[in-house]
Design a protein. Structure first.
Length: 200
């Protein structure tokens, strides 16, 4: 079982990289952001609830994120592995995920962090906002999302470094190059069970 977390701030390109990883390694993609956007598009009660937070650039409460993630994950327990994208985003979520996976003896193998400068992130999301149609891609909301990321999600770096699972990838390069580095980290893990802490 290959269980990965793809980690990185909004605009780091982790969605694009996840899609490629899923295709190459045949993993089940679990993205809480995609899941919430689907619910908002369908205007379900859950969609209406999460919109209150997402449109302000805030995190959805942990209990909702956890409940929805569990429910999606449990539909795919026969999968050869998962890639968690946009989850966990808080220490509470990370601890709950570890508990769920450890109970099933399918722990996280690697946390792949796609690292991009703050300035570049801002430029990328503003650029994307012009055609993404995402209600949370306006300038002030992006600032809030980056701030929330720094305050609530960055602590996960030490959490996973302490577990020896953290891999930092330079995300400023071309998408193909970033993908090649990610594959290098995954393939090394699959062949040797060793975690490469940094791929330049
Ligand atoms: P991005 O990485 O561009 O911020 P996502 O698609 O991962 O985009 O998430 C969009 C929004 O959905 C977040 O800003 C947040 O409000 C909400 N969200 C997604 N995943 C979670 C989560 N695990 N916990 C809390 N809120 C979440």
């Amino acid at each position: 079982m290959l269980n990965l977390i793809i980690f990185g701030p909004p605009g780091s390109g982790k969605g694009t990289q996840s899609a490629r990883i899923v295709e190459k390694y045949k993993l089940t993609h679990l993205s809480t952001g995609d899941l919430f956007r689907e619910e908002m598009e369908k205007n379900t009660p859950l969609g209406q609830e999460v919109r209150k937070y997402i449109d302000q650039g805030l995190l959805v409460p942990d209990e909702i994120a956890l409940r929805e993630l569990y429910s999606r994950a449990s539909e795919h327990m026969d999968s050869p592995g998962f890639i968690f994208d946009g989850f966990p985003r808080t220490i509470v979520q990370a601890e709950a995920l570890d508990q769920m996976l450890n109970e099933r003896e399918i722990p996280i193998c690697l946390v792949i962090s796609v690292e991009v400068d703050r300035e570049e992130l801002f430029k990328r999301i503003i650029g994307r906002g012009e055609d993404s149609g995402r209600s949370d891609d306006s300038e002030d909301i992006i600032r809030r999302r980056l701030q929330v990321y720094e305050e609530q999600t960055l602590p996960l770096i030490s959490y996973y470094k302490n577990q020896g699972k953290f891999v930092a990838i330079n995300g400023m390069a071309h998408v193909d190059k970033v993908f090649a580095k990610i594959c290098h980290a995954i393939d090394t893990y699959l062949e040797t069970k060793k975690v490469v802490p940094e791929v330049e």
